[in-house]
Design a protein around this ligand. Structure first.
Ligand code: HEC
Length: 102
């Protein structure tokens, strides 16, 4: 019985440590990002390569949670509609390509 409990606890901790945005689809996220021209303001800010905003040394997103918060900020500023599924997809794309949060 005790063994079963330990086994369950191990399994649950495994779920809790699942990779961030593991339910997201990075390919769909990339499509969403491009279709909605997410980089248009980032290009202006960074001058040229908009994606450099995700790897700049003083970047403002340092956790998956901050990334979602930033999505809300950017989408509200620009009128881009982002569903919870889109958030997971774009998060998976940006995390796999730039942020690499574990
Ligand atoms: C209206 C202009 C605008 C649009 C459109 C926009 N963003 Fe942004 N975004 C910004 C600005 C400005 C910053 C930098 C804010 C700062 O440095 O304080 C930023 C920063 C970010 C960051 C954080 C970068 C870092 O420093 O780690 C992420 C992530 C991000 N944007 C995602 C998105 C996504 C995803 C979309 C499309 C759904 C999007 N943005 C569309 C203006 C925009």
């Amino acid at each position: 019985m005790k063994m079963l409990f330990i086994l369950c606890a191990l399994m649950l901790s495994g779920i809790a440590q699942a990779a961030p945005f593991s339910s997201g689809d990075a390919i769909a996220g990339k499509q969403f990002f491009e279709q909605n021209k997410c980089n248009r303001c980032h290009v202006q800010k960074m001058g040229g390569d908009g994606s450099a905003i995700f790897t700049r040394p003083n970047r403002i997103v340092n956790t998956p949670k901050q990334m979602i918060a930033r999505f809300h900020y950017c989408s509200e500023a620009s009128g881009i509609k982002l569903t919870p599924a889109d958030e997971q997809n774009v998060g998976a794309f940006l995390n796999q390509t730039y942020y690499k949060f574990k």
